[in-house]
Design a protein around this ligand. Sequence first.
Ligand SMILES: [Zn+2]
Length: 221
Amino acid sequence: MDVQIIMSQTFPPGVSSEAFFACADAIAGAAKDLAALGWTPATSSNFSMRVDDSHAAITISGRDKGRLDRDDIMLIDLDGQAVGTDARPSAETALHTQVYRRWSDMRVVLHTHSRTQSVASRLFAAQGSIRLEGWELQKAITGFHTHESMLQIPVFPNTQHMPELVARVEAWLDAGKPLHAYLIDGHGIYTWGRDMAETRRHLEALEFLLACELDLRRLSA
Ligand SMILES: [Zn+2]
């Protein structure tokens, strides 16, 4: 029997509840799979999806990402403010809304904390980025058509002060450097895409490529 959940989320005029629920269901589905892979330990990680030109659905802070329901996901505006709810969005909301504000065609942001992502972020933090070259799976990143390319993933210093991280991402982009994902030192990865399938493909490819780089270092030590 279905349990009727009393939603605390309300919708201002012009915001489609159907669009929000479609996003919430897509987020919950992806989060369940990513949690099963062990990439969201101890309620970490956060996920969001664009609802319309000025709103996104995002995970509420502190929830178990393997068991998300519609009431674990809330509506925000693109300044990261809660809309129609008293719930508190993820502490890292500003990193999600930055993507939506910067690129109107980006619809999904996934942030996970896998062991591979965390170890790689520490290993490459001193050099400021990871340069992936010669891997066939680089082609899983939209815009990459050959292994004979270079995919650079920056590693930004961790901080609990989000404006600082937002500024580092902004500075990278303002320098004209391509950005498909970034790592935060000792923390995890952020990546995005035009829909859930593309974003999950990016995340899975990056996890695989980082694991390969770690293996190479282990084996050539
Ligand atoms: Zn995080």
